[in-house]
Design a binder for this molecule. Structure first.
Ligand code: FES
Length: 136
């Protein structure tokens, strides 16, 4: 799946124009995001945390394919949240369904960093997809 959800309003985001880093704490992995390589894949908004996670095979679940129609891509942005786009009403509605939400919670498929800060992100244990696809 993937693509855009025609039933929600478009998000306003300003994708990164320079390289920045995202540390995924549970995976103990820091990746460098290169705007020239975005989108990394078909799922979620281009340059979103889901897109980044998929690009580096970090196993963030995304049952709806990244179209803001579930909450399985829930992440907690511990640092750098101020550099991300504002959550839309549709995102906040879906996020309400996620277990364990915090003030730093976002849907990974809708959260697009602008690259002005490095991020520290947690994928909650229950949102990890352990059936990882092989790298191509
Ligand atoms: S993958 Fe379904 S809302 Fe993000």
């Amino acid at each position: 799946m993937g693509g855009k959800n025609p039933y929600i309003e478009e998000t306003k985001d300003a994708p990164a124009t320079k390289k920045f880093k995202v540390t995924f704490v549970s995976e103990e992995r820091t990746v460098e995001v290169d705007p020239e390589k975005v989108p990394y894949g078909p799922d979620g908004l281009p340059g979103s945390i889901l897109d980044i996670s998929s690009g580096f095979h970090l196993g963030l679940d995304h049952a709806c394919g990244g179209v803001c129609a579930c909450s399985t891509c829930h992440v907690i942005v511990h640092e750098g949240l101020e550099s991300c786009n504002e959550a839309s009403d549709a995102e906040l509605d879906e996020l309400d369904m996620a277990p364990g939400i915090t003030p730093q919670s976002r849907l990974g498929c809708q959260c697009v960093p602008d690259g002005t800060k490095d991020l520290v992100v947690e994928i909650p244990e229950w949102n990890k997809n352990f059936a990882k696809e092989p790298e191509h």
